[in-house]
Design a protein. Structure first.
Length: 67
């Protein structure tokens, strides 16, 4: 079974999954790489703060992870 990214994971947890995660976050104009909040902010919190649709973001992150 492949690993799944969920809304409660921190940005650091997601970024540690590989360089393709960076590409997805850049697509959404999220400057998470190097951001101090990435250590504790969840994907859900970040999406809300940046006005991004959480379901779309999770879908793209999981597609990149499992490609």
């Amino acid at each position: 079974m492949s690993k799944q990214i969920n809304k409660d994971m921190t940005f650091n947890e997601v970024l540690d999954m590989g360089p393709e995660m960076v590409k997805v976050l850049i697509k959404y104009n999220m400057g998470c790489v190097g951001c101090a909040a990435a250590k504790f902010e969840s994907i859900e919190q970040g999406a809300k703060a940046h006005g991004i649709n959480l379901d779309d973001l999770l879908c793209d992150l999981n597609a990149a992870l499992n490609s």
